[in-house]
Write a protein that binds this ligand. Structure first.
Ligand code: TYD
Ligand code: MG
Length: 454
């Protein structure tokens, strides 16, 4: 019997090597090489160009562009994350934990797109046609233009695409599809790489907008080589906690739009429902008039979202107190604690401090600093905050409160949701007229903010 040839592939960057190495020479990562059967590509397809036609260089001023027409999925939240809809011929990768709702999201958007008259092909490598139908039945009225295929062999999938010529294609999931001429198992580095490049050719060459569903590894990255993320046009992550019904869709890469946007959905009995006003959702369970809780107006992309910031400060006997940050950067927490100690004279060295953004949101912008400071001070002094206050502002190292971006939008959102007062940087009050219904307290220092809030 002929000996099976194997090679080692890096799971991070796809580097190939005949022997195992502890450190990948391609990306310098440790312990990323895995052994797989050698890739033998019999077809010539891989070497051909993206569009499979010979192109001549053209003067850029003569290229017709116009506005790229975008396909609307009818899900406003999904469209926004994609930068205003799906660009025809683009390749999109959607990752997320198992059971989070990727298949549901894509089946629902496929059905919605089919409802607008487009031809849609949904390929499931994980479920039979009957199982897909059972799931789809829960989603409401189904469109005649939605076609489903239960197949994992790339060649058969390509044949079906040729036959049907869809406008929109979903592959659920890329780890189940295999190219028969590649000998390694589905889901392996070489299979995922080959299949993705095949779908890239299909998407670009035939102008079919394609969505690949990707499984994630234990570390939370999309399984397969990192190159997978470089090959596609957009990478979206669908996240959320299993115990909560809402889900957050985020773009981590987008060639056709911003990566700051996020879309919020709620998982219902009848599939996913868009959450058009996320602030209401995040403030639902907020306790009123307690210490250590304050509402902050944060920007998620172009949209203001009000979220509750919580802090718990408790005395400890251990020499090095705990500092735990959930939903904010822990360096930021350390900095704010240092400012409170040095500038406000709070003795926090024998106190554990936990800070949490309620509802599992992640707030990465400096405009939430002042809310962290207020929440910590409120818990430390055990003084409740006013239930209808909103706090925003960046905190500097001397204890000054600095301006924030898009102050007007944040204030309007707070007003819309019925908040009574907003404590914010004085320097952000110039150049616009604040609404009358909300009291605005401009502050210059953390000390002033604490006096106003507590
Ligand atoms: P699914 O889309 O299969 O997740 P993924 O493809 O990311 O693995 O989602 C599965 C979960 O969603 C499952 O726990 C059942 C739940 N679900 C609903 O709550 N309502 C529905 O209408 C559907 C279709 C699923
Ligand atoms: Mg699935």
């Amino acid at each position: 019997m002929a000996k099976v040839k194997t090679k080692f592939y890096c799971t991070e960057c796809g580097y190939e090597s005949p022997k195992w190495m502890g450190k990948c020479p391609g990306c310098n990562e440790w312990n990323t090489m895995v052994e797989e059967k050698e890739t033998i590509i019999k077809t010539a397809g891989v070497q051909s160009s993206l569009t499979q036609t010979k192109e001549k260089p053209q003067a850029i001023i003569h290229i017709e562009s116009g506005q790229e027409p975008r396909l609307s999925t009818t899900f406003g939240e999904l469209d926004r994350v994609l930068g205003g809809g799906i660009v025809p011929g683009s390749l999109i990768l959607v990752g997320g934990d198992p059971g989070i709702g990727k298949s549901t999201l894509l089946l629902q958007s496929s059905n919605a797109l089919a409802g607008t008259g487009l031809k849609v092909l949904y390929v499931s490598g994980e479920e039979s046609l009957r199982q897909t139908k059972l799931r789809a039945n829960r989603l409401g009225k189904l469109s005649e233009q939605l076609f489903v295929l239960s197949e994992t062999n790339l060649q058969y999938i390509e044949e079906a695409i040729d036959l049907m010529k869809p406008d929109f294609l979903v592959i659920d999931s890329i780890q189940t599809v295999y190219q028969p001429s590649v000998e390694s198992a589905p889901g392996s580095v070489s299979q995922v790489r080959e299949c993705t490049s095949a779908f890239m050719r299909i998407a670009k060459g035939r102008g079919i907008a394609t969505v690949l569903v990707g499984h994630v590894t234990k570390e939370g990255a999309i399984a397969g080589p990192r190159m997978l993320e470089h090959m596609v046009d957009c990478v979206l992550y669908f996240e959320g906690e299993r115990h909560h019904s809402y889900r957050i869709l985020r773009a981590v890469k987008n060639r056709f739009g911003s990566t700051n946007e996020m879309g919020i959905f709620e998982m219902m009995e009848s599939g996913l429902r868009e959450v058009k006003n996320p602030s209401e959702l995040f403030l639902q369970e907020r306790p009123l008039g307690v210490s250590g809780s304050i509402v902050v107006a944060s920007m998620e992309g172009t949209r203001p979202v009000l979220v509750e910031m919580q802090a718990l400060v408790a005395a400890t006997n251990f020499p090095s107190p705990r500092r735990t940050a959930t939903g904010i950067d822990h360096h930021r927490l350390a900095l704010i604690i240092a400012v409170l100690e040095k500038r406000m004279g709070m003795f926090l060295q024998n106190q554990d401090a936990y800070v949490n953004v309620a509802g599992g949101m992640r707030l990465d912008e400096p405009a939430v600093d002042l809310a962290i400071a207020v929440a910590i001070a409120s818990s430390f002094r055990d003084m409740p905050t006013q239930p209808f206050d909103v706090v925003l502002g960046e905190v500097g190292l001397t204890g000054e409160v600095r301006a924030v971006s898009r102050a007007e939008q944040r204030v309007k959102e707070a007003e819309k949701l019925g908040f009574k007062r907003i404590i914010m940087p004085e320097s952000s009050l110039r150049g616009w007229t604040p609404p009358k219904q909300i009291e605005i307290i401009g502050v210059q220092t953390v000390a002033e903010a604490l006096t106003a809030a507590l």
